[in-house]
Design a binder for this molecule. Structure first.
Ligand SMILES: [Mg+2]
Length: 199
């Protein structure tokens, strides 16, 4: 039997509430901080208004425990199971924050606790997502680097900073009823671009 089609899943902003975690800790450090900018800039620190706030955000994101404390996205476990039930093999594919020395280890510990040991064991932490072959990548980043040389189709996971991206492949959240149909279209696209050899 052929292997199940792989769907890669990003962590920050898709599985884990990165911006919410950072905003919460920023407000704890300085309740007057301006977090009102909900523009299309992907990076939260670019939406902050003062150099002090930017420095604070970077220090928080680089701190021990930051990645371990992030909340899971609403409906994550149910969405993960729906992908499995629809015949896909979801695999975590995440780029650790290079400036945080604890990030990679904490991401794996987080996955083990939230998703279980199988998901953690299969997780791929890598700098270049385009190097990995699969039918889809669920990601919140408006322009995933090197997407043009990847085999997967990016499925945009809606966040305010990517709503301006025009795509036929988008889910609003993990409870989106279109999850299965969007992934099915990714599989059709993959099969048309990379047909299996006949022998
Ligand atoms: Mg992300």
């Amino acid at each position: 039997m052929a292997e199940l089609p792989i769907v890669y899943v990003d962590m920050d902003g898709v599985m884990a509430e990165f911006d919410k975690g950072l905003e919460t800790k920023l407000l704890q450090a300085d309740p007057t901080i301006d977090l009102s900018d909900k523009s299309s800039d992907f990076y939260l620190h670019k939406r902050l208004k003062t150099p002090e706030a930017v420095r604070m955000a970077q220090a928080i994101a680089n701190s021990r425990g930051f990645f371990l404390d992030l909340e899971p996205a609403d409906g994550l476990q149910e969405g993960w199971q729906r992908m499995i039930d629809a015949g896909f093999h979801p695999v975590v594919l995440s780029k650790p924050l290079s400036s945080n020395q604890w990030c990679a280890a904490e991401k794996l510990e987080w996955l083990d606790g939230i998703m279980g040991p199988k998901v953690a064991d299969e997780a791929i932490l890598a700098d270049s997502k385009a190097d990995f072959d699969g039918v889809a990548l669920v990601d919140d980043r408006p322009e995933t680097p090197n997407f043009d040389r990847a085999t997967w189709q990016q499925v945009m996971f809606s966040r305010h900073y990517n709503l301006n991206v025009v795509t036929d492949f988008r889910i609003d959240n993990w409870r989106d009823p279109n999850l299965e149909s969007v992934l099915a279209r990714c599989a059709v696209r993959y099969a048309s671009l990379f047909p299996e050899p006949l022998i």
